[in-house]
Every structure is written in C-alpha cells, then in structure tokens.
Design a binder for this molecule. Structure first.
Ligand code: UGA
Length: 441
C-alpha cells in the first residue's frame, strides 16, 4: 500500500485515483475547482464514465479515496503525486501548459518531504524537464524530487477497464530509482512495462495517438475510393484486418476522429515538428482527411435532398463517440452548424449528450428519443454509433419521416436491410447506390 496524491479530477485523474485506491493504495485526489470537489464529496461524478460512480463510492467508503482542494492536505503523506490536468490546444496547435505549470508551482510550494512526481497529462516532448526546472525554481528550500512521465492510454467510455488491463505501461525518467518505484505501483496490472527516458516516454504517447488517428484517416481515404469504385469499406476493412500486421481495430470508416485527444495531439505533434523545421506532411494529410470526412457527410445530405434550404434534418447522436457525454470536437456539432448555415432546421437526439449540447447548439431542437427525432425529417444523419440506435424499429422510424433518407456516418446499418425498409440509405464507403428500386431489382 502506497500513499498517492492525484492532481486533477477530470477523467484521467479521477479514473487513475479511483483505480489506484481500488488496488489497495491510499489516494487523495485534489482539484482547485471547489465545485467539483464538493460534488464528489456528495457522490456526484464530474464526468460520465461507465462504472466510475460505483468505483469511487466503494473506495471512498473504504477510506482509501479522499478528495480535497488543499495541496498541503493532499501532499501530507504522499510518496507519489500524479499530475493529471488538461493540456488544451493553443491557437496554433501548440499545447497550452498553463495548468501543468500552476500545478508544478503549487507542488513546489507545498511539499515538505521528497516526492516522486508522475506526469500523466499529455505534454509536449521536453515538458518533464521543464516541470523539474519549475519545481527547482519555485521551491522555497531545496527538497529532493524526481519527475517520471507515465502517459495515459485510457479511452473515454472504457477508461476503468483500460486502466485495470492496460496493453502496456510506459515510464520515462532520468532517475532510474524513481521509475522503478512507479513501476512497482503498476505491477498488479500485470502488463509489460517499458522504462525509458523522459522525452522518449512523452513521444510514445504522441506517436501512439497519431498512429491511431492515421489508421482512421487511412480507412476514411480508402472509403472514399471505395465509393468511387463500387467496393464496400466494411468488407475491405475485415479482409485487411485478418492480417496481424494490419489488425482489425481502428479501421471503422465514418465521420473521423473527435474527442479531446486525437485532434489536439495530432495538431500538437505537427506543431512540434514544424517548430523544429521538420515538415510533418503525413500528419497534415491525416488532419485534412479528417476534416473532409465531416464535410462530405453534409455534401451527401445536400445531394440527396437537392439542397438544404428549408429542409429538416435529424442528427442521431451528438457525442464524439458512444458511452461518453463528451462533445469536444464531436463531428455532430460541426455538422449541425454547417446544416444550419445552409438553411436547414436541425433536430437532434443523444442518449447522454443533450444537456451539455443544448448550450452549444442554439436553434437545434432536442428530441425525446430516436422516433421523436425522425418526426417530419427530410433526412436523418447518424453521427454517433450508440448501441440503442443499432436495433431501432426501422419501420416506425421510416413512417415518421417526411422523406425516408438516412445518411449513416458510422455505418451501423446494413444497406440491403435499409433498402428493403424503403429507405434511401447512404453509408460511408458502402459502394454503390442502393435505392429501394435497385434493392427490388
Ligand atoms: C484516445 C486513445 O484511444 C487512448 O488510448 C488515449 O489514451 C486517449 O485518446 C487520450 O489520449 O487521452 P479516446 O479519445 O477516448 O481515446 O477515444 P477513441 O476510442 O480512441 O476514439 C477516438 C475517435 O476516433 C472517436 O471520435 C472515434 O469515433 C474515432 N474512431 C475510432 C473512428 O472514427 N474509427 C475507428 O475505427 C476508431
């Protein structure tokens, strides 16, 4: 059992803290947002993450997980301090490190015994060294510390499972003894542990996210070609995925990647490369293809409807992916705004994301469920592949629409089945035109 402080109770910090507590450690989680901490003390989660509420509740009850806004309290008995605060994008794509800096300064002022400072926030390569400089520069008197980078690979929606069963743990430090101590904390997870230097660990995080984003843009580019040539991207991806060198995951064509990580991290990596005089042309293409995937879906709706002015369009799903309430860089938001700009009325339904979306989408009517959404729509665009959308009563949906047009941005429906129900259905990269007439032919 170790004593751990975690700074930041966003989805990385809260999941990390709750999971370390569940592994038997004593954890104090700190946030300067007193509203969030007060909510947590009442048992209210600041984010939607399946299983998190039970995990937090269990560990608070056992006394292993506590919350505070005070650095003195969080650091009192801590041996390790995890930094898990946000690093949003600055204007040019560079990561904004003001929160990391504020945390490093606060730790430096509050610490009164040696600490291992573990950075989980995704930070530009070189930040670990910079954090160490800030600590040294801010400490009122020198107290030994070590900085270890331990990038997170948690996916929203399955963060607890990803924490408890990681594919690997990456640790980077110039202090081998500190890295070894952090490795010990992760031993119960029984995953391979890669120990390297600080900058290499920081780079592993960016390179991993950039590679996954590249896979998504790659399959979206192939989907676009599939459409032109009459092939089916889902079967192409399946056929490719059996090759272990390629793998089946992250080959779902559709609206491209959103969320708080891939868009920001690909941009930040490209920025870091360009700043050092390199030409990150692949990363640039990955970003361009991603932006095109969203644009193309609006074009498709426009083509099918012969113009968007005066039309009513329903968006099925708003969050950037299922099982989260996160709307950051969600394709649906951009699509809604484009449709409105072109004169369409927009309706939307999302099982979890609507309360957050309301403020961001003025003029969009939020529907009670998928059928209510379909009411009077000239077209419905599937933006998020929530499970509850996969088994809808398609006849009921069909009957409530003014025109039975479905643009499936996540390829969740079967084109032949949709045609059989009388829909004009278009997925992404699903080959040829399957109008009801052709399905009958
Ligand atoms: C991602 C990474 O998967 C995590 O390993 C990483 O820790 C995290 O970023 C982070 O840096 O914090 P996350 O953003 O939660 O996690 O979501 P993913 O499940 O990876 O999906 C990202 C986006 O790609 C979503 O918009 C999703 O719809 C899209 N996607 C994913 C596709 O369009 N096609 C696919 O085949 C897979």
């Amino acid at each position: 059992m170790k004593d751990i402080a975690v700074v930041g109770v966003g989805y990385v910090g809260l999941v990390t803290g709750a999971c370390f507590a569940d592994l038997g450690n004593r954890v104090v989680a700190l946030d300067i947002d007193s509203g969030r901490i007060a909510g947590l003390l009442r048992g209210e989660m600041p984010i939607y993450e399946p299983g998190l509420e039970e995990l937090v509740e269990r560990n608070v009850r056992s006394g292993r997980l506590q919350f505070t806004t005070s650095y003195a309290e969080a650091l009192r008995s801590a041996e390790f301090v995890f930094i898990a605060v946000g690093t949003p994008s600055g204007v040019d794509g560079e990561a904004d490190l003001q929160h990391v800096q504020a945390v490093a300064e606060s730790i430096a002022r509050a610490m009164d015994h040696p600490l291992v400072i573990v950075n989980k926030s995704t930070v530009p390569v070189g930040t670990g060294d910079w954090v160490a400089d800030i600590l040294r520069g801010t400490q009122p008197k020198p107290i030994p510390f070590a900085v270890v980078s331990c990038p997170e690979f948690l996916r929203e929606g399955s963060a607890i499972q990803d924490f408890m069963s990681p594919a690997r743990t990456v640790l980077g430090s110039l202090d081998a003894e500190a890295a070894e101590k952090v490795a010990q904390l992760h031993l119960p997870l029984r995953a391979p542990i890669v120990i390297t230097d600080l900058r290499t660990a920081e780079m592993i995080k960016y390179a991993s996210n950039a590679f996954l984003a590249t896979k998504i843009s790659f399959i979206n580019e192939i989907a676009n070609v599939c459409e032109a040539l009459g092939a089916d991207i889902k079967e192409v991806a399946t056929g490719m995925g059996y090759d272990p060198r390629i793998g089946r995951t992250f080959l779902e064509a559709g609206l491209g990647y959103g969320g708080s990580c891939f868009p920001k991290d690909v941009k930040a990596l490209a920025y870091m490369a360009a700043e050092k005089g390199r030409h990150p042309q692949l990363l640039q293409a990955v970003m361009d293809i991603n932006a095109d995937s969203r644009r193309r879906i609006v074009e498709r709706a426009r083509d099918l409807l012969g113009g968007l002015g005066g039309k009513t369009i329903g968006l099925l799903g708003l969050t950037f992916k299922p099982n989260t309430d996160d709307l950051r860089e969600a394709p649906a938001l951009e699509i809604a705004r484009k449709l409105q700009a072109d004169g369409a009325s927009v309706r939307a339904y999302d099982p979890v994301g609507m309360p957050r979306a309301e403020g961001q989408l003025p003029g969009v009517h939020m529907a009670a469920d998928a059928y209510d959404l379909a009411d009077g729509c000239d077209a419905v665009i599937v933006c998020t592949e929530w499970n509850e959308f996969k088994n809808l009563d398609l006849q009921r949906l069909h009957d409530r629409m003014r025109q039975p047009i479905i643009v499936d941005g996540r390829n969740i429906y079967d084109p032949d089945e949709m045609a059989a129900f009388g829909f004009h259905y278009r997925g992404v990269g699903r080959g040829y035109d399957r109008t009801p007439e052709k399905a009958r032919a």
